[in-house]
Write a protein that binds this ligand. Sequence first.
Ligand code: FAD
Length: 370
Amino acid sequence: MKQLLLLGAGHAHAEVLRQWALAPVPGVQLQLVSPSALAPYSGMVPGWLAGHYRFEDICIDFAGLAARAGAEFVPGDVAGISADARQVQLASGQRLAYDLLSLNLGSTLLPPVAGPATLLALRPLGRLHAAWEALLQQQADDTGPLRVTAVGGGAAGFESLLAVLARLRALQPGRQVSGRLVTRGALLPGLAPAAVRAAQAALQAAGVALHTGTGFDTASAGPGDLLLWATGAQAHAWQRDSGLATSAEGFFCVDAQLQSTRHPGVFAVGDCAQWSPPLPKAGVYAVRMGPVLAANLRAACTGGPLVRYTPQHRFLALLATADGRAIAARGGWSLHGPRIGRWAWRWKDRIDRRFLARYAVPAPAASAGR
Ligand SMILES: Cc1cc2nc3c(=O)[nH]c(=O)nc-3n(C[C@H](O)[C@H](O)[C@H](O)COP(=O)(O)OP(=O)(O)OC[C@H]3O[C@@H](n4cnc5c(N)ncnc54)[C@H](O)[C@@H]3O)c2cc1C
């Protein structure tokens, strides 16, 4: 029996499990390691922070998907890989052997010590649920002025800041809650200038002070500060010690077939992987890599030919502004404004719900006689 081990409940692994459930490969035992049964879909995280969705509504049920695919769901955190020994170590001490390995572990952040300020790190996504619930409880008892600062000017910092401000202001209407966004670079780099202008207008409407080209000094934050840490994605610390080829930043280097450049039979996708030339760390790439990964894992199991992944150069970005609107941007064009923005939000909501519905596990049928 061949052992195919999937590490991480990332976007691409959802597609692998969905396809495996439809057509399993005989003679292959599948295992999935994930810290939790439910994994949030990143595109809907800002909507959940804003209170538009419940947490369960933005998650893929990976334990259910694994069961449908006949895979073993192994709860746990990966703590290391020994590629030459073909072994994975979990934080619990458990070791798992594999013949083929697939890595869809996302990325992380190493936020600094925030001193007296409260800090919410936006990655890894798996830890955000508990952290946000705890923060909401803690804030409920506090009535003093609060300053919310997003550190990082990408989509995650922009959308999360607006979402958090909208939620806290709705929960405590009488409280003084101000916002600012601080980024070393520009706001939303890579987006069309018209979309960036629309984003600036959305920040202004929410009373957010924007500081671009500015590094953030945590020493300047006090007890009345809430920091949303959303700087660039970082590799998990243990990736470098895995024996797999990694980039200078520690991400797994893969070839055009999404296979490790040093270890055939090991595949890596999404944020944890490094494509050449590097791709932005965005969920759209992890999603689009899913079908290619599913085909190549199947081919690696059966000895068939591997297929190539071709990254798209332009993709649709729909940025939620937490006021019932979104900014749509693709390449050089952008759609925004009071009416179109509301339509763009509904469009985003439909796309996101359709994506989740693809991986929904039907509830078990009611038992006979009930
Ligand atoms: C707030 C926010 C909003 C975003 N919005 C967008 C957006 O609208 N559009 C977009 O394209 N991108 C967006 N991004 C970026 C996007 O989240 C990532 O690029 C995307 O999630 C990467 O997908 P992935 O499948 O590689 O990893 P993930 O979706 O992060 O999945 C990785 C999985 O691995 C698991 N994992 C991590 N460490 C371990 C471990 N040690 N052991 C076992 N399992 C582990 C995690 O629990 C998680 O389930 C957003 C990011 C944030 C933070």
